[in-house]
Ligand binder design. Structure first.
Ligand SMILES: [Zn+2]
Ligand SMILES: [Zn+2]
Length: 358
């Protein structure tokens, strides 16, 4: 199969200047790389930031194609790639570490010490290297996974989200079967955290948020209790639900100061908290440090989907019948990408995950 010379792509020309280009050059695969014919690319929470402000070390404006949660079929193989065949259904994860630094060698490639360095082999697809809002995308084969069984291309775009939720559970030290898990913030990563915690044998799962329709969805996806923080005292309620002891594990996915502070208060002594939500507005947050120390708490930061979490999330989700499709609320053609972004960013019509299809 030979590749066309040009393709349709959404190209960033500057802050808030994304243009649909009809004849953007189709990339060619280098050693170890593949070209994917993109079928679906989901909009991530960081994408509106990239649209508005770019990203450190992003490709030059006028050439920058972003989008990093995409699936499709293998369209071309670079030299040395024996892991895939033309036409295979695949999905990607966006982080490729340099493979050489101390963190990469420990599997912690989302915190590669050579982040952004193309010379060192680091790639962050859709951020520092081109991504998937285009008909074709080039990516290193170690970031590519076969889509299992009957999972749809659209569902597969959620796998980086799921990988992040799974990595959060791992980073904080995991949970035992039957333990209480609190998920604060019913965004895509939080809701996927509910799904995975349920499938992995959590006991009571408590979801905290503000939007009734998202809390409702969380209950359908496996949460036992939903707390609307605009209506109830969250700390008191979680303590009441846990015999006054607090939760064993908390996935803090809201990224707000209050949510972070509350998490420390309603975590059990010797419990674990994963900080997944990105605190972009006010990152300096007062936490009850006395409780953290005397309560023997573990707090883990979580950057994206490290330690092959995507591979395991794919397996967990493909082997269980769970309706993750309900997280995808909107689908747009690539030609409607501006409307897709508006829908995702303003959460129009209760948008959760918005997928763009080239
Ligand atoms: Zn993302
Ligand atoms: Zn590295």
């Amino acid at each position: 199969m030979s590749l066309p010379i040009t393709m349709k792509a959404a190209v960033l020309y500057g802050p808030n200047d994304m243009r649909l280009i009809d004849a953007y050059p189709v990339p060619e695969p280098g050693p170890g790389e593949v070209i994917i014919k993109v079928v679906a690319c989901a909009i991530c929470g960081t994408d509106p930031d990239i649209l508005a402000r770019g990203w450190p070390n992003h490709p030059p404006y006028g050439e920058f194609v972003f989008g990093h949660e995409y699936s499709g079929t293998i369209a071309a193989l670079g030299p040395g790639v024996t892991e895939f065949e033309i036409g295979e259904r695949v999905v990607v994860e966006p982080h490729k570490g340099c493979g050489m630094c101390e963190n990469c060698r420990d599997g912690l490639y989302t915190t590669c010490l050579n982040y952004g360095s193309l010379e060192k082999g680091h790639r962050h697809y859709g951020f520092t290297t081109n991504g998937g809002y285009a008909e074709y995308a080039r990516i290193h084969n170690i970031c590519v996974y076969k889509i299992p069984g009957e999972m749809s291309f659209e569902d597969a775009t959620l796998i980086t989200t799921a990988g992040t939720s799974l990595y959060a559970i791992r980073r904080a030290g995991g949970f035992e079967g039957g333990e209480t898990v609190v998920v604060a913030g019913p965004g895509p990563i939080g809701l996927m955290g509910v799904v995975l915690a349920r499938l992995m044998g959590a006991g009571t799962i408590i979801l905290i948020g503000t939007r009734p329709e998202r809390l409702e969805l969380g209950l359908k996806l496996g949460a036992d209790v939903a707390i609307d923080l605009t209506q109830e005292n969250v700390v008191e309620r979680v303590l009441a639900l846990t015999s006054g002891h607090g939760a064993d594990m908390v996935l803090e996915c809201a990224g707000t100061a209050q949510s972070a502070a509350d998490a420390v208060e309603f975590t059990k002594k010797s419990g674990r908290i994963a900080f997944v939500g990105v605190h972009s507005k006010s990152p300096i947050v007062p936490l009850n440090a006395r409780k953290i120390t005397l309560g023997n708490l573990t707090i883990a930061g979580v950057r994206a989907e490290g330690q092959r979490s995507v591979a395991r999330a794919l397996t967990v989700l493909s082997q269980n019948k769970v309706d993750i499709t309900s997280l995808i609320t909107h689908t747009f053609a690539l030609g409607d990408i501006h409307r897709a972004f508006e829908t995702a960013e303003k959460r129009l019509e209760n948008a959760i995950k918005v997928v763009v299809k080239p």
